[in-house]
Design a protein around this ligand. Sequence first.
Ligand code: COA
Length: 467
Amino acid sequence: MMCNTVDKIKDLILAAGEKARLETGNEAEPELSRNVQWPVTCTVGPGLEGAIACESKIGYVHGAKGWLIYRGYDIFELCAYSTFEEVSFLLMHGHLPNSRELELFKNKLIGYRKLNKTLRWLLGFDVEAMNAMAALRMGTNFMRQEFTYMDQEGGRPTTSDAISSDEDSIPMETLPRGEERAIYEFKDFQSRKEPQADSDLQNTWGVEACYHLISGVATIAAAIARNRKGLLPLEPDPSLGHAANFLYMINGRKPTPVEERVMDIALILHADHGMNASTFASVVTASTLADVYLSVGSGIAALSGPLHGGANEEVIKQLKEIGDPANVKTWVDNKLAAKKKISGFGHRVYKAYDPRARVLGPLAECLSEENAEARNLFNIASALEKEMAVRMSQEKKIFPNVDFYSGIVYSTLGIDPEIFTPIFAVSRVAGWTSRVLEYLSHNRIFRPRAIYSGEFNKKYAPVESRG
Ligand code: COA
């Protein structure tokens, strides 16, 4: 099926949703939300498997049914009809925005796209030689410095202090950006209440910083993508939506409606996913009352690993290493014999086909139809999926995950593999910030235990007598 129009893409997603419902119809219905009495009893395995970290109303993943739900809405429906802006608002504020809220929210994000100081500081480093996720993490630290005076001792700076700290040391007509907003936000962080978007989306504690991050992580990722090609960052285009502007800032040309839609869908799909490693890392950091920029920095660090967000880049390396569909069987034999994991397969929670891969697989197939290189990768991926299905789907319940087809989709949009994981962060920042705000509304610092299995009663020996 060709997907040369936005409508055809919608049909493809709805068909994928229907297929998911049919294929998992026989699975037992899950036990849905009920009142939780703390403390709860649960069985905990290594890697905190099965442990319950907190309650949340943001999102739900059901492993056997292959469900992914954001605030009560099914992922297939959101992918078919909504945009990343709507979904980010939904995750953070609990309801889909009305048209006025959406307009205000979009304008907020547009206003925060420009990160001139952040990019100037960031590009002062050798970013093209750096791991892209390490650079992204550094960029969010610089955003923090651009936006807030939190680190200054003595509380809120006076107007004259703020102006004289301006880089040109001349009085400005307006107050520096951080002055009005940041101090309030972080000070108010102490007295927390449920994050509500009031009618004007006014600054409530921390929410403004979350908007700043949802918008700004995309600007930084795009600048890193261009820098790696030896190009300067581009000015954002306020006439474009979030997904389209992100593509524009990477590629330097306005995307087609299909390209824009595909990026929007990819961002929606990756926006939230239960208490995954990077979300947990963000929330743990926030639970110490570290601010939301540093919390998102923890999320980026956790996401960078090949067992989590880094898997999408690994998948493309694998497919290139296989080289041809005919080589798949031998390649899998060798990998499994060496007890190596195959990137893009398996999941801690899903023991059914990952619903995100159900969307990305058909998208990769139809988008690669007119792109020979991507087509070759898709053909290898498809053969690999079939081979893995024979070996792993029945006994071990291992299926393709979100990372298996996402790289092929991104490559049809002209994006290099090193930027795949940063794109994951551009999307997941909506989930991280929403979950951080939610957790802080009933904060308790995280402090699990470790079982000590070391020794006792050893006697200190001076260094000379240690052999
Ligand atoms: N390839 C081959 N075997 C796999 C596998 C994979 N991708 N994923 C899991 N397995 C096997 C394990 O070797 C293990 O086999 P065993 O019972 O014989 O020891 C069994 O399936 C259970 O796996 P386990 O490692 O306990 O799963 P987990 O819940 O700890 O890990 C992942 C989940 C995602 C970390 C794991 O599946 C993985 O490493 N996948 C590849 C990386 C990836 O794509 N990550 C992105 C996730 S969205």
